[in-house]
Design a protein around this ligand. Structure first.
Ligand SMILES: C[S@@+](CC[C@H](N)C(=O)[O-])C[C@H]1O[C@@H](n2cnc3c(N)ncnc32)[C@H](O)[C@@H]1O
Length: 225
């Protein structure tokens, strides 16, 4: 289903995606209009909220290395760089077109938001990271579609022991797709510390999607696989 204007890609199109290839095809066409037609129009506040949760947990004076998982056009990284001005942020995404938009994003200082951007399929084992990150952050990536708990667990290997993860997971997707059991198992096996969860709005009041919720899981990676 599409908005009244048939040419506008919307949330239902994104939620209908089943394979990595479906994603590449949708985001190829969506990248150039995503920020204005999707994020602004729908009052998409999730990246800003997640960046704020992360910024509260990180020393703003340290050059913390951060991996933005499913960075898309770079909204999360841009919000984070506004608070953590010394952060060094890399992004990964499957869509070269979304990554191209992210590569143009600027910090308040006018420096680029992202140091490196990697074209990566998160359903595959992670091999791009030459060093492990202090922090991994994500909004809007673990949503209806193909990226389930296994993809989240794959990302642990990109984070240094003792590093922090701040990951938003669509609440319905969380319940339907076994995130709880996967995180419990990782906790029991001492791969991660016990997660804390906060429930957040994905869209602001006044959005047609107001009321869609995400759980933001915050935890330390203890011993990545
Ligand atoms: C809804 S967008 C969220 C983008 C950004 N984090 C934000 O909040 O605006 C979901 C992103 O996940 C990416 N994605 C989907 N499947 C992927 C996969 N298998 N590997 C890597 N990235 C993927 C898409 O290309 C897209 O940029």
């Amino acid at each position: 289903m599409r908005d009244n204007d048939e040419s506008i890609i919307n949330l239902d199109d994104a939620y209908a995606l089943e394979t990595p290839e479906d994603n590449k095809n949708l985001y190829r066409n969506w990248a150039s209009t995503y920020d204005a037609d999707f994020a602004q129009r729908n009052k998409y506040i999730y990246p800003k909220t997640i960046a704020a949760i992360c910024a509260q947990l990180v020393d703003e004076d340290s050059p913390t290395t951060v991996l933005d998982i499913g960075c898309g056009t770079g909204i999360v990284g841009t919000c984070l760089a506004d608070s953590l001005t010394k952060s060094i942020i890399d992004g990964v995404d499957i869509s070269p077109e979304m990554l191209h938009v992210a590569s143009t994003k600027l910090r308040l200082s006018r420096d680029l938001v992202y140091r490196n951007l990697f074209e990566v399929d998160l359903t595959k084992p992670i091999s791009f990271a030459k060093t492990k990150y202090d922090v991994a952050i994500s909004a809007g990536t673990f949503t209806h579609g193909h990226l389930g708990p296994n993809a989240l667990i794959n990302v642990f290997s990109a984070v240094r022991p003792g590093g922090l993860m701040v990951v938003g997971i669509n609440k319905e997707h969380f319940s339907a797709n076994g995130f709880s059991a996967a995180l419990e198992m990782a906790t029991d096996n001492h791969i991660i510390g016990t997660p804390t969860f906060s429930e957040v709005q994905i869209y602001d009041e006044g959005s047609p999607h107001y009321g869609d919720l995400a759980l933001v899981a915050t935890f330390l990676v203890l011993s990545p696989a």
